[in-house]
Each structure stands twice: as structure tokens, then as C-alpha cells.
Design a protein around this ligand. Structure first.
Ligand code: HEC
Length: 182
């Protein structure tokens, strides 16, 4: 009697443990894939010192495979001969990567590379989260950002948004794009 109870309990725990293990493995695998893709597709060298590498990789995935930040925050978006919309093999304009410069009428997409304190666009993580979720720039809270689809980005998970921030901390710091244009 005791033995069979013990065996039943052991079997239960063994099943529970393996179910849990494979579930965790699957989740881990899914997460890893995005991180690995993120590192593969980042067009620029990354400075991982003092950063969380998994978050940087995930952030690259969010920025470069989903966010399309390059479309507006890099001007021109592609290097000469590297415009996929002209049928050319894609080459992102790494020399101005996310340094801003695309004009939308009177509004210019700003530089979102790290400032002298390593903060993307000069924002703290909390300010960045608030901006993405509300469309209010903490520097001029009465305005609502009119061009960027912050309402779409703001629906992302906190982890994805923080990963975006971590990636932007790891890209090369650049001065504001010297040649803005439409
Ligand atoms: C459709 C074009 C567009 C896309 C795509 C876009 N942005 Fe923007 N973004 C802008 C413009 C334009 C502004 C300035 C907003 C304004 O003044 O109304 C801005 C503002 C910002 C700001 C505030 C900076 C400041 O100094 O005002 C941050 C941070 C930012 N964008 C990050 C991102 C990130 C990260 C992505 C990708 C996930 C992204 N943007 C995608 C156009 C875009």
C-alpha cells in the first residue's frame, strides 16, 4: 500500500516536472529565437558593456523586425545602392542610424541614439515608457506626438518596450543628422 502510494506520488511528480521542463524549454526556445534574430539583423555594432545582452538582442528584434524605427529616424534610411524599394539588396544607412532627420512638414524625426550620458534621445527608461504609452513627451507634456505611431508601440509588453530602450542604449551615439530632408 505504502509502496504503491509512493510510486503514484513519484510518477505524479515526474510527470509534473517533465511537463514543466518542456514548457519552460519551449518558452526559452521562443525567446532565444527572437534574441538571436535580433543580434543577426542589427545593422550597427553594439556596445554591450553594462547592458543586459538578452534584452539588447530582443530590443533589436523589436526595433528592426517590427518597429520600423529606421523608416523615420534614419535619413536617408538606406545607403546608396541599398534601397530594397528600388529592388536593391538592403543596406541600412548605418552612418546615420537613428540619428533623426526625416522631415514631416515642420516636424523633424529626432535623434534617438544615446546622449552623452548613454540615454537614448536623452530619456530615462521611465520617460521612454511613458512617451511610448501616452504620446506625451515629458519635456513638453501638453503636446501629443503627431507622427510616430506611439499608440501602436504603446500596446507592447513592458519587457518589449524596455528591450527597445536597452537596444537603443547599445547603438553608436551620433550627432543629430546634419542633412535633414523629406
Ligand atoms: C512614422 C515615422 C516614425 C516611426 C516609424 C517612428 N518614429 Fe519615433 N518619432 C517620429 C517623429 C516625427 C517624432 C517627433 C514627434 C513630434 O515632435 O511630434 C518621433 C519621436 C520619437 C521619440 C521622442 C524623441 C523626442 O526627442 O521627441 C522617441 C524616443 C522615438 N520617436 C522613438 C522611436 C522608436 C524607438 C521607434 C521604433 C519603435 C520610432 N520612434 C518609430 C517618427 C517616427
Amino acid at each position: 500500500m505504502r509502496t504503491s502510494l509512493f510510486l503514484a506520488a513519484a510518477a505524479f511528480f515526474a510527470t509534473a516536472a517533465s511537463a514543466d521542463g518542456s514548457h519552460r524549454e519551449r518558452q526559452h526556445h521562443r525567446f532565444d529565437t527572437r534574441v538571436a534574430i535580433g543580434f543577426r539583423i542589427s545593422p550597427v555594432q553594439l556596445d554591450l558593456r553594462g547592458k543586459n545582452p538578452a534584452m539588447v538582442g530582443l530590443g533589436s528584434y523589436v526595433v528592426n523586425a517590427a518597429g520600423a524605427c529606421n523608416d523615420c529616424h534614419t535619413h536617408p534610411s538606406y545607403a546608396p545602392g541599398g534601397d530594397p524599394f528600388q529592388g536593391q539588396p538592403e543596406m541600412i544607412n548605418t552612418e546615420q542610424f537613428l540619428s533623426g532627420g526625416r522631415q514631416f512638414g515642420p516636424i523633424v524625426a529626432p535623434n534617438i541614439t544615446p546622449d552623452e550620458n548613454g540615454r537614448p534621445g536623452g530619456y530615462t527608461a521611465d520617460e521612454f515608457l511613458a512617451l511610448m504609452r501616452t504620446g506625451h513627451d515629458p519635456r513638453s507634456p501638453e503636446r501629443i506626438l503627431q507622427i510616430m505611431p506611439w499608440n501602436v508601440y504603446g500596446k507592447m509588453s513592458r519587457v518589449d518596450l524596455l528591450a527597445m530602450y536597452e537596444y537603443l542604449r547599445a547603438i553608436p551615439a551620433l550627432p543629430d543628422n546634419p542633412a535633414p530632408g523629406p
